[in-house]
Design a protein around this ligand. Sequence first.
Ligand code: SAM
Ligand code: SF4
Length: 367
Amino acid sequence: MKGHGTLEAVPDELSAADILRFLQTDDPAVIAHLYRTADRIRAEYVGDEIHIRALLNISNYCIRNCCYCGLRRDNRELVRYRMTADEIVAAARRAAAQGYRTIVLQSGEDPFFTEEIVCDIIAQIRSSCDIVITLSLGERNYQTLMRWFQEGARRYLLKYETSDPTLYQAIHPDMQFQDRIRMLENLKEIGYQTGTGIIVGLPGQTYASVADDILLFHKFDADMIACGPFIYNPKTPLCQTTPDRQRYIQPDAVSVYKVIALARIMTRDTLIPATTALRMITPRDGVRMAFQAGANVIMHNVTPQPYAALYEIYPQQAGVDQFPTREAFVSFLESATGRTVSHGYGDRRAVVEGKRRHPERQHVARP
Ligand code: SAM
Ligand code: SF4
């Protein structure tokens, strides 16, 4: 593709140079055109329905130390909690009764939730309500992931955060980028619908590295792609910087909309949420704009108090999840976007049709 003018006929794949140009442009007409194109592709490949996921944050304990995250183990100022298995199952039942068809069980990387304990929770939820279980419990080994899948979990979220190995290493002191990729490959091999994503605007994150992140979404054939802005948390070591606009992507809403649009254009039928982090920095327009730029999914936090307030990844902003019921959230979404909320499970189309690509593993060994 040569320049922005030819975006009207978007090819199946944009080159790294094309992606870079869109990430860097400030031209409002080009940006509007990018969003329109992504929106057209979204309508063609995944339709107009919005999928809502119930989000249950089951524990804020974490053995990891990601430099940007308030749940990191060295944050001694955070009051820690862990929901009991009974509380988790009860919350899942309530969510199903309200009409949610997917529940995301998310937590810090908390060793309390062993293979057995999570198997038991999955079994109890599966036997008592009709809801798809998505897990987002951090890095786990092949056997554990396989057991959870056999027990009935169907989706897993693990963002690679950045595909720049140097930046990854700098902000994840005790983790390896290769381990993330290997685990994502394991998830796909086992049969999970596999979600990944990035943080946009990390200090030191260049436009070029975000272009690579987007190319990797396509190469990996991710089923779900979550992209939110970096939000500074004063209880973490990663500083708030004013990045040089020429070189570094900004942690702002427009950067995130662009990444959503480019991910949609590159991956076509994936599930792309308007993330909670995006809604944190743009409580009023974030949802509407993200859904105009290619998004088709949103999470609704169903974590009960007092736990919800303690899941402090970044400073909470009042009003983001102020909707007490699914019904209230649905009516907000439908009036903000002019689209309708799905009653289905919200599986990726390629998965339902058995057309998912299985890119070659980059890592042969299983951990
Ligand atoms: N522990 C699991 C994991 O890391 O995959 C799941 C929970 S973790 C809190 C969920 C996501 O929060 C991470 O993938 C990361 O992208 C996001 N996150 C953490 N701190 C953030 C920050 N300061 N700004 C934006 N996103 C952040
Ligand atoms: Fe733990 Fe996940 Fe936060 Fe990293 S991003 S510190 S693994 S909760």
